[in-house]
Design a protein around this ligand. Sequence first.
Ligand SMILES: Nc1ncnc2c1ncn2[C@@H]1O[C@H](COP(=O)(O)OP(=O)(O)OP(=O)(O)O)[C@@H](O)[C@H]1O
Ligand SMILES: [Mg+2]
Length: 461
Amino acid sequence: MTEFVIYVVDDEPTIREGVSSELEDDYQVFSFETAEDALEAFPENPPDLILLDIELPGMNGTEALPKFRALKADVLVIMITAYEDIKLVISSMKQGARDYIVKPLHMEALEVAVANALETIRLRKEIAALQEKQIRENLPCFIGESEAIHDIMDYIGMVAKSPDTPILILGDTGTGKELIAATIHHKSPNFEGPLVTVNCAAIPKDLLESELFGYEKGAFSGASATGKRGLIEAAHNGTLFLDEVGDLNPEAQAKLLRFMESGEFYKVGSTVKQTVKARIVSATNRDLDEMITNNTFRKDLYFRLGVVKIQVPSLNERKEDTILLARYFLQVFNEKFGKALTGIDERAVELLKLYVWSGNVRELKNMMERAVLTARGTELTPEDLGLEKIDRGRVMEGIDDKRFPPLPPTGIDITEVRLSLDRFYFGKAMEMAKGNETRAAKLLNLKHHTFRYQLKKISDA
Ligand SMILES: Nc1ncnc2c1ncn2[C@@H]1O[C@H](COP(=O)(O)OP(=O)(O)OP(=O)(O)O)[C@@H](O)[C@H]1O
Ligand SMILES: [Mg+2]
């Protein structure tokens, strides 16, 4: 018995009974004497397929057909007709009937027509499920319009194509490293394989090795009697994401390096060599260079993990993404909390742009979640975002910057100071770049055209 619901609409009891008894072993069958009755039952228990007599008392089959389809556009309808109604059959087919069967009913023909029609539904459902899966799987939705993010996305597009080149993602907390790892997996040839995430910082140090590599039964006291498959093995043909990789202990680092160089490893307590094919993506917000200097992270592993390196800039370095992300999270949380906020008011937008983020995108996301949840108006205000107090505070943040001389009691000409500062650094950059404008622009983190424009302004001043 399938879950398919079939309506039989015919005024002749023998047909209703005959069809029902033929189909009810395989489907849920409901029969009705008139189209009106069937239409009434429809919303409560919508059918997948309707066997609809053309000649009916009251509303006839061809009149009922569009009414059924208005209730459910993809409902399948098979017309039941006496031979002489062929013109009506044609007009019904034009209105979207799927098929027709002729009275007196031949039960085998009926079954074939029904099975074919339902096969269409099955396929439709399968396609819809696939599409949904596709949408879900492409979901790592990485928002950003800044040049830095565009460059990263382009770069990911290229490097993800290889199935096994290791990729190391570096960046401050909350910048989106995990999301980038997921994006890499979904864009890679391994996307149908598993994406296995290991948070190296969350697993107790003495368990890490056995978690990663698995263990043989009885490998150590407390080991399960059947042994255990490691996470590396679980990532076979997919992606292994080693998050917080800077937290791996020296033994795990050595073993990981050996595995990465050969693709082979041993379970804890085993002498049997195992092979696994997976791409290793790793991430950390720790300063690996410093860890290498302090001998807490292996340099050779660093090079191996970072065959390709992606440095994710902090949100403060790509301020232009802030509002875009804020609006995106507004939609996300509108949907999640069933809210209908229409946007972010002008003052709040200004303050979001000014704000100095310490937790990057995660901080912004949390701020938006709280704001959407508690907002009372139609637009988010600085008060909703908890930004009303930082208004002045954030601008005042530069107040103790030791790079600048103190403000003399007589005051300064800020325009003049800015100009000298520009002259000084533009001059230095041109000198270091030996007159190459592109390189000089890079040294000042400016786009070439911005650099040229500002250089001209300084020279003309
Ligand atoms: N560009 C982005 N577009 C959409 N969502 C983002 C973006 N960047 C980050 N996020 C979201 O912000 C949150 C933090 O991102 P993620 O966990 O990837 O940061 P992380 O760099 O791994 O941080 P940590 O170093 O603390 O582990 C997640 O919920 C993520 O989905
Ligand atoms: Mg992370």
